[in-house]
Design a protein around this ligand. Sequence first.
Ligand SMILES: C=C(O[C@@H]1C=C(C(=O)O)C=C[C@H]1O)C(=O)O
Length: 409
Amino acid sequence: MTSAPVSRTRHRLRVRTERATDAGLLGRLPAPTGALAWVRDGSGLVGWGEAARFEVSGPDRFAAADRWWREFTATLEVEDGLGVPGSGPVAFVSLAFADRPGRSVLVVPEVVAGVRNGQAWLTTVGDGRSTEVRPVRRPRTVRYSDGELSVPAYREAVRAAVARMRAGGPAKVVLAHDLLAVADEPIDHRFVLEGLARRYPECWVYAVDGLIGATPELLLRRSGRVVDSRVLAGTTWPHDGVPDDDLAAALLSSAKDREEHEYAVASLTGALRPFCASLSVEGPSVLRLPNVSHLSSDVIGTLTGTPSLLALGAALHPTAAVGGTPRADALAVIEELEGMDRGRYAGPVGWIDANGDGELGVALRCAQVEGATARLFAGCGLVAESDPDSEVREAHAKLRPFREALEGM
Ligand SMILES: C=C(O[C@@H]1C=C(C(=O)O)C=C[C@H]1O)C(=O)O
């Protein structure tokens, strides 16, 4: 199902980008909800207000979103003195993980603040109405309860998936579970975003239509003809008293983790190569975060043509980092054994501009926030050698960033 574009104005919208001083990004978000963000270590984009929105669901969601964005941007009157990726018209994007169910969203803010390579700008769409600035609030209490898939049910699903793989099923399957958090009052998106950004400067901190998180994984960035991606798969986490260097060395030499990683890199490069004149992979190395460490590979390519970022995303998603290998078999096992609606968790999240450039991360380490409730997600890649108890602990470690940000730890 494709919904009609919703635009709040009938006449030609005017978009204007001007240079600005770098006054920070997340700290400028004026309101507790409706935050739009894609920020890594002080650079990126934040937006607020809503000039237009497009919602879509189904297997055609990437193409429908791409089409809507082209048609929408063609109607705009743009004045952009900067001409860098992210200046001019921008839409924040968050696409559903699965073909069904799931709702994908594009939001065009009324105001965008951007910082790139030390250069700052402000973009206004329409009259860019000023919004009343409200103080950031922290929750006083947070209570947790089971989501659609409890921890015991998740352990059982992992056990069943591993049995399938040992019996000749898919080589890799990624299974996730959820956790509900309820605060004593509506959650202030900015409080969570700032907590995530403070603890995870290596991650892309994002917010689109209530999906809030800090992801270390980049599905794809397009800047003109250059594309790059950061593929993660294979994880360890702090174990009692084991020095970090020893954990990293064990991860690098773990055959199980390298196998998981190899599937993820192969799925990304296999889907991207047909679009590229050149493509190279660097890795794996170990990416260390406060809660977990991952095997990480950086992929960089040069495009032969000019497919938009959304068109490329359609070919890449879901990689074996969040789906599995072979893709269709793994998705069937996920649907059967996980059985929950992932919503936009593990889908592409980020932003696009009018030239088809932008950044799409993999929506990990996140929650869907609605009022006082947050639905947190975490998953793990499984291969035939995976151990259910260990995967439950890994998922627990991956839930930590959002929990700690929400609790203000
Ligand atoms: C699925 C998640 O993470 C993915 C799975 C990983 C793994 O299994 O080692 C590592 C990074 C991500 O690609 C998640 O964080 O929910």
